[in-house]
Design a protein around this ligand. Structure first.
Ligand SMILES: [Zn+2]
Length: 217
């Protein structure tokens, strides 16, 4: 079906929320790190359980903790660009400011890890024309399973429910590195998703699985 096909052009001005795939893959995404305390905890947990995740990192936090950023990549995870200061890009209303947020982060990632990001996530999932202009076709990744781990009202149980209840192949789950309750919920989240037969992979691996499917047709 042409509808299931994801091409580079369809990413041009539309964030990716999920992918159509026949493979039992799900992508966990962790925003706003690297976090000096919680990110190492996540890395240990992911290593123990054979999980690969995508960390949408903040450029200035990478600059502050380059060794941790290198470790994340060395352990098989993906680092995506989440701007330099976590600015709400659509509210900036200025192409050059948007460009600086995104390109400064690409630069620090390249200096630190040897390679810039191939994926972007907008803070607050906030996009405008300037964002698409700067991205020039780089995929912007939203999510199909949005947790409210950022909210004071959420609990480890509610985060667990949001991350797992209806989650199925092709979904992208969004969480953050800084809430301690996310770290608390994560072992059960991994267990529940794996118990559904889902393999936890990076967003790039998930996108590649979608493209393979399209190429098969
Ligand atoms: Zn964020």
């Amino acid at each position: 079906m042409a509808m299931a096909t994801i091409s580079t052009t369809s990413w041009a001005q539309t964030p990716v929320e999920r992918v159509e795939t026949e493979q039992q893959l799900v992508a966990i995404t962790i925003d706003d790190g690297p976090h000096p305390v919680n990110t190492p905890k996540l890395l240990e947990l992911f290593k123990k359980n054979g999980v690969k995740a995508t960390f949408f990192v903040i450029g200035r936090s990478v600059k502050r903790d380059p060794e941790l950023a290198k470790r994340m990549l060395a352990e098989g995870h993906e680092l995506g660009n989440h701007t330099f200061t976590h600015a709400d890009l659509a509210k900036l209303g200025d192409l050059e400011k948007v460009r600086k947020e995104i390109e400064d982060t690409q630069r620090i990632l390249k200096e630190t890890t040897g390679k810039p990001a191939v994926l972007f996530r907008a803070p607050f999932l906030s996009h405008d024309e300037n964002v698409w202009t700067v991205l020039k076709g780089m995929p912007s990744i939203n999510a199909s399973r949005l947790t409210t781990d950022w909210s004071g009202d959420s609990t480890p149980q509610s985060i667990f429910d949001e991350a797992t209840k209806e989650t199925k192949a092709g979904d992208i789950v969004l969480m953050h590195s800084w809430p301690n309750k996310t770290i608390e919920a994560m072992p059960r989240i991994i267990e529940a998703l794996q118990a559904k037969g889902l393999k936890l992979v990076t967003v790039s691996e998930l996108l590649a699985a979608a493209k393979e499917k399209a190429a098969d047709k």
